[in-house]
Design a protein around this ligand. Structure first.
Ligand code: FAD
Length: 120
């Protein structure tokens, strides 16, 4: 197996939802666990904003803290109320990491989340 193939298999077989976005949180990649956890296939998710997952019950200040942290090129971690495509709300334990180029400029974000509803 080539290193690229191994990398793609690792992403696809990861048990946590992984997405890659542009600088405005528009989705450009999702793995299989993302589809399983959110209900959105790659075709449905790519090109849309991560805000499609937001259940508007999450207080706005959580998102403001998220974006203020990302604006400093730091990793944000927290729990949000997300909405599955068809199955209603779930609690998402989410980590977002900025991806930087060799000059330290932001290029993308990587989002990693799992459904932690059963733990609350
Ligand atoms: P928005 O209008 O998007 O924003 C709420 C507030 O956040 C605004 O008032 C503003 O202060 C701030 N804000 C929004 N966009 C920006 C920006 N580009 N730069 C600076 N400040 C900004 N949200 C979820 O609910 N669930 C997820 O699973 C999730 N995963 C994400 C994964 C990644 C990789 C990234 C980058 C973001 C993710 N988000 C997620 C955040 C998402 O993009 C939205 O900001 C959020 O869902 C709120 O959406 P909204 O439409 O309610 O409000």
């Amino acid at each position: 197996m080539t290193p690229l193939r191994l990398f793609m298999e690792t992403m696809d077989q990861s048990p946590v939802a992984i997405s890659i976005t542009d600088q405005r949180a528009n989705i450009i990649y999702v793995n299989q666990a993302f589809t399983r956890i959110t209900g959105y296939s790659p075709e449905e998710a790519i090109g849309r904003n991560e805000s499609m997952l937001s259940d508007k019950i999450t207080p706005k200040r959580v998102y403001q803290d998220l974006w203020a942290t990302l604006g400093q090129k730091k990793v944000w971690q927290g729990v949000l109320v997300n909405r599955h495509k068809t199955q209603g709300k779930y609690l998402a334990d989410l980590t977002i990491a900025p991806m930087l180029d060799e000059r330290g400029e932001l290029t993308h974000y990587i989002g990693i989340h799992r459904d932690v509803t059963e733990f609350y």
